[in-house]
Design a protein around this ligand. Structure first.
Ligand SMILES: [Ca+2]
Length: 211
């Protein structure tokens, strides 16, 4: 019985040790100027991206996103290739990621805000439309990656293990212009119960071998 008490103890220790972890993706503090930001953030024709030092959620800087959807391709998109990925080969392994968090501030509103996760093969594997976000102060958009996206699609285990790009899209619905600032993009990782169960099994195996 002592051994089972030990296993339970180890499980509890593992559970408290494996709490949720927030992993920063981009806080826009590393860029010296707009050119450096644009080297990492590509954009479509209808959006102008710049480093901004007057509006920010953290630190001293954010990304200003000026768009005008009144011309082809009738939407705006900024693409951020995640560090360390090899396009077409391997992405970042986001296994265990439960949510994506992005802070934004709107000073001129017109179009619906949308976040898209793209895998290393260029497929849009998770599309979440937040909607037309109103003018206001800094707001956190939390995208639940464990639930279905705006198309009713769930992220598969293989897709979440090869995330390569985050797209910030202002969808073409009203073909208008607006300005929105972005800061503090992060993701939260929570170990799955299966991981804890595996730890428990591992502990049991160890104890049995010691008999
Ligand atoms: Ca910042």
């Amino acid at each position: 019985m002592k051994k089972y008490a030990m296993v339970v103890g180890m499980l509890l220790a593992a559970a408290s040790w494996c709490h949720a972890t927030v992993i920063g993706i981009n806080d826009f503090e590393s860029y010296a100027n707009t050119l450096e930001l644009r080297a990492e953030w590509a954009n479509t024709a209808n959006v102008t991206l710049s480093l901004n030092t007057t509006e920010f959620h953290s630190g001293n800087q954010s990304m200003k996103y000026d768009y005008n959807n009144g011309a082809s391709p009738w939407y705006s998109k900024a693409e951020y290739f995640l560090p360390g990925i090899e396009w077409g080969v391997s992405g970042q392994d986001w296994t265990g990621t439960t949510e994506l968090s992005v802070w934004y501030k709107v000073t001129a509103a017109k179009e619906p805000l949308r976040f898209v996760l793209v895998d290393t093969y260029g497929a849009n594997v998770f599309v979440k439309t937040i909607g037309v976000v109103p003018v206001g102060d800094w707001t956190e958009a939390i995208v639940d990656l464990t639930a279905a996206d705006s198309n009713g699609k769930l992220l598969s285990e293989s897709e979440i293990a090869r995330i390569a790009r985050i797209d910030i899209v202002m969808g073409g619905q009203y073909y208008g212009a607006g300005t929105i600032y972005f800061d503090d993009i992060s993701r939260t990782v929570v170990p799955e119960p299966a991981t804890l169960a595996m730890l428990g099994l591992g502990a049991l195996t160890l104890i049995r071998k010691r008999k």
